[in-house]
Every structure is written in structure tokens, then in C-alpha cells.
Ligand binder design. Structure first.
Ligand SMILES: [Zn+2]
Ligand SMILES: [Zn+2]
Length: 204
């Protein structure tokens, strides 16, 4: 599976395009739809789905346009679907904006699988940043949204956030291969083992 990183949309969120067998998934459409379409065309890939790691507005900036342009189904964990239509819960109101979207076409659950070409992407539910945050495991790549960054875990003080749930989520990620590369919702890649090794409560 190939991954294309489109870094730092207007609000600093990364957008990823996963490509396999002529098909593509866009994860967190935070960049202009024209940029995304240019990369899809460059790969000769057809967009078959839009996956959201969670419902915060900075990860969904071009969601409606992309959905309309490509007709691909939008997928989010069931517990974050309510964020899409609520500018308070998706944090846009905090920045004096009102970003709202229709609800998703398909709700995801822990342990579920998204097929892309001949390959599979596994859904890992990792609440803590939001109730419905997910990580996506695709081969040796882990797309972590705002659950985990190169310099630590995501904020737990927004709507639905929870430190105890974040701890449990990080503990479950710590059972994965430490050599996995993380592709976070903001900032640079890192290795899972290196990042988790720096989080104190996991290493006592
Ligand atoms: Zn977030
Ligand atoms: Zn974010």
C-alpha cells in the first residue's frame, strides 16, 4: 500500500491518501479538494472512500467538496458522527467558525476492516482525544489522527475527551509492533515504539 502525505492544511492538519490496486482512500480531507484531486489523478486512482480519524473541523475542511466531487462514502467511528453536524462539538465555534457537515455514510467500529484493492486497513478505536477517535493500521503504518503525535498524545480537554480513556487507548497501541511508523494528524512521522517510550505513565 502506498501512502501520500499532504501536510499541514490551513489549520495544520495532515491529509493522507492511501493507494492500492488503482483505488484510493482519503484520510482526513483537510487540504483543498483540487490538491487532493491532483494527487489522485497522478496515481491514476479512483477515490473509493473518505475516512475521518475523528470529527474535529480541522480534519474535515474539504469534506463536503470532496464528497460531492467524487461521490465517495464518508466513514467515521459511530461515536464521533455527532461532531460533524455540531460546530460546538467539532471545535469550529471556538475559532468563530461554523463548520458543519451531513452525517457520515458508514459508521466504523473497533476491529472493523476497510478493504482497499487487495489490502486491508484495520480500525482501532482509541477514545481519549474524542469519544470516537480511531487509528488506522495499514501494514506497517499507523494513522493516528490526534490520538498520538511524534511528541506525545493529543489533547483530552475538548468535548468527549478523557485522560483515563486515552491511557487505555495508548496501552492497547503499546501491544502493536514498536517498529510501526506513525502518521499523525499533525506534524511529522515517528516510530510507535519511540513515541510511546517517551510517555511516562506507560513506562512505570
Ligand atoms: Zn482533534
Ligand atoms: Zn487536529
Amino acid at each position: 500500500m502506498k501512502i501520500i502525505t499532504l501536510s499541514s492544511g490551513t489549520w495544520g492538519a495532515n491529509c493522507y491518501i492511501l493507494v492500492s490496486g488503482g483505488k484510493a482512500l482519503v484520510v482526513d480531507p483537510s487540504l483543498p479538494v483540487e490538491t487532493v484531486k491532483k494527487h489522485l489523478a497522478g496515481e491514476g486512482a479512483r477515490l473509493v472512500g473518505i475516512v475521518l480519524t475523528h470529527g474535529h473541523f480541522d480534519h474535515t475542511l474539504s469534506l463536503d467538496e470532496l464528497r460531492e466531487a467524487c461521490g465517495a462514502p464518508v466513514m467515521i467511528h459511530a461515536e464521533d458522527d455527532e461532531l460533524l453536524s455540531d460546530s460546538g462539538k467539532n471545535c469550529s465555534k471556538m475559532f468563530y467558525m461554523s463548520c458543519t457537515h451531513q452525517c457520515a455514510d458508514k459508521l466504523l467500529a473497533d476491529g472493523g476492516v476497510i478493504r482497499l484493492g487487495d489490502e486491508e486497513i484495520k480500525i482501532i478505536h482509541t477514545p481519549g482525544h474524542t469519544k470516537g477517535s480511531i487509528c488506522l493500521l495499514a501494514g506497517g503504518m499507523l494513522l493516528t489522527g490526534d490520538t498520538l503525535f511524534a511528541d506525545g498524545f493529543g489533547r483530552i480537554d475538548f468535548y468527549g475527551g478523557s485522560l483515563s480513556e486515552m491511557k487505555q487507548s495508548l496501552l492497547s497501541l503499546s501491544k502493536l509492533d514498536p517498529d510501526i511508523t506513525i502518521y499523525p494528524g499533525h506534524g511529522e512521522n515517528s516510530s510507535l515504539g519511540a513515541v510511546l517510550g517517551r510517555i511516562r505513565f506507560l513506562n512505570r
